[in-house]
Design a protein. Structure first.
Length: 335
């Protein structure tokens, strides 16, 4: 602006036209990022989160836990102070500090999210992150209070993806360095594209920020540019409601207690006919009658054909084929 004023002064302000020239071009379409951020804001505020805005410049010590192993954060050439020495490699660096700030001032139940830029070795990218600590829901007389857990955080990630029309989401064990092993997952779309991570923040990082030692803090960070590329956009199509009845079969199996649920679902999908409409895990049991290292998993399989009524024999044949596949792939035993 100063340069424009200087040019105008040399040219002569009295020589400038008093009316704006007519616009000869059409209005440009809105930036896709604006609509994407608005959708993210709508989904996460509806889930009970508050939006936070943190600095992109942070301390080196705050950035290091969220860097890839062996990679230093991008340094600022002329920082204002040591508190603004590097560019954040993850939105979680600032968000965790914001939640800890609230926690130190007596706010036990905090949910914050942020959409913005992060800076890694690959360059600048936009993502959305959230941090959740304390209670899983508001206190109510109808149910006892409970603390937030991994499945609550996982559900928020699923909600965010569904807002973009991305439904085929897979969760697999993650080795993210700042998340607790066994309570962390990589988030993938269609089994290939990595969207982000979700899980419990390492207790050592949480305690270093001032969280109580026994308190669990759950976080997630999703690549919103990748999510936007996978968004359904205008490819959504309506389908008529089912005209023919479905057939339900319940199956209980014994499998290893370390087997991911996603692996079981994948085997079922690959072995099932196209008439398999849904898979629901309705019970998981370990205890008396179940061998050590095994878990009893009960599944509800729903079969339905769009053009006719299925027979009991067809549903039973499909169920047997699924059980055989589970036995061959995972050593499952039918109960």
């Amino acid at each position: 602006m100063d340069l424009i004023e200087e040019v105008g002064r040399h040219y002569g302000f009295d020589r400038l036209p008093v009316r704006f020239p007519p616009l000869a071009t059409h209005q440009l379409p809105p930036e896709p990022r604006i609509a994407r951020d608005r959708l993210i804001r709508l989904a996460l505020t509806g889930a009970g989160f508050s939006e936070s805005m943190t600095f992109a410049f942070i301390e080196n010590a705050a950035a290091l836990p969220f860097c890839e192993p062996g990679v230093e954060p991008a340094a600022i050439a002329n920082p204002l102070s040591e508190k603004f020495a590097v560019l954040r490699p993850s939105l979680l660096a600032g968000l965790v500090e914001s939640v800890a700030h609230n926690r130190r001032r007596g706010r036990k139940d905090v949910r914050l999210f942020e959409s913005g830029s992060r800076f890694t070795a690959a360059g600048e990218a936009r993502s959305t992150a959230f941090v959740w600590c304390g209670a899983a829901s508001e206190p109510h007389w109808s149910a006892p209070a409970r603390a937030v857990d991994f499945f609550d955080a996982k559900g928020v990630v699923e909600l965010l993806c569904s807002a973009f029309g991305v439904g085929a989401i897979d969760f697999s064990a993650s080795e993210c360095p700042y998340l607790a092993r066994g309570r962390a997952a990589d988030v993938r779309a269609g089994g290939t594209a990595l969207l982000g991570v979700v899980g419990q923040l390492l207790p050592a990082i949480a305690e270093a920020r001032g969280f109580p030692a026994a308190e669990e803090v759950y976080v997630a960070e999703i690549d919103t540019e990748a999510l936007g590329r996978l968004a359904a956009a205008d490819t959504l199509r309506a389908e008529p409601l089912p005209r023919f009845p479905s057939i339900v079969r319940d199956v209980s199996i014994l499998v290893s207690d370390t087997l991911p649920a996603g692996a079981v679902r994948g085997t079922i999908r690959s072995a099932a006919p196209p008439t398999l409409a849904s898979i629901v895990e309705f019970d998981r049991y370990q205890g008396k009658g179940v061998p050590d290292g095994r878990v009893s998993l009960s599944l509800r399989l729903t079969f339905r054909a769009p053009e006719r009524t299925l027979t009991d024999e067809e549903a039973q044949e499909a169920t047997e084929r699924i059980v055989d596949a589970l036995r061959a792939a995972h050593g499952a035993e039918r109960r």
